[in-house]
Design a protein around this ligand. Sequence first.
Ligand code: SF4
Length: 300
Amino acid sequence: MGFSALEEMGRRAKEQEKPLWQVVWEEDCAFSQMEPAASLEKMKAMYRAMKEADASYQEELVSASGLVGGDGGRMARYVESGACLCGPFVGRMMERALKMAENNACMKRIVAAPTAGSCGVLPAVLLTCQEMLPAEEERILEALYVAAGVGEVIASRSSISGARGGCQAEIGASSAMAAAAVVTLKGGSPEAVFHGAAMALKNLLGLVCDPVAGLVEVPCVKRNVVGAVNALSAADMALAGIRSAIPPDQVIDAMRDVGDRMSVELRETGKGGLADTPAGRAVREQLEKQSRGGSQEDVG
Ligand code: SF4
């Protein structure tokens, strides 16, 4: 897709008197030289894969490091008990975000949206909206096109990579995409869509990428929950008429600037932040010891 500014996407929709999702869809077809029906089929397949990944969660699975597994099931039972302080809607969303991110850590099939590390945010929000609003699948697909358009602009103006821009670029981008999708689903204006995305992104500005032992597990799995909940609150603010004081494209530019100023230790190297705590270092040492032991056994 070729949009490099949200403002440009909004202008095109206004000039052509089309909904945002349609201009993103048409741009996608033009850019990838795909028939409209084929593009839609691809989007459907992606959403189907998200649903299948959600349904195929296995609570008993634990990641190879042993750090991650089972929290999706714990959350499901807690929500089911009625005790969840955030209520059933947000509770189900949190459960799904945990499940999908655990699926990723346990090497199961997921849809990178926009990255594997942030794969839980968009499906958690959209699957829960479909189930609990409820929303028709056709509307969800439209919302996915808008999310894709927002993701494309973030990728082209800034980054969606933790190694380049920190976790604000991964969880921040996915949260902005999810906020845009929810505002679309709820019938918000293009302005509300972009401001929802901007508020989601700005609320995660400065979030560092500090995975323990360099694995996409801790803190990644739980950050997917934060990305989803943040998306919903940003969408609600936008739908209530609240606007970002900083224009949406400028928020994305600020994210790039913050990423550029972030030290390399805080950009997916596993050398700073949580990875450099005594507990984080102990995990890394333990895993290194195990891997040395494993290779000696192999050699022997
Ligand atoms: S901490 Fe780093 S690896 Fe983990 S989700 Fe965030 S950006 Fe991705």
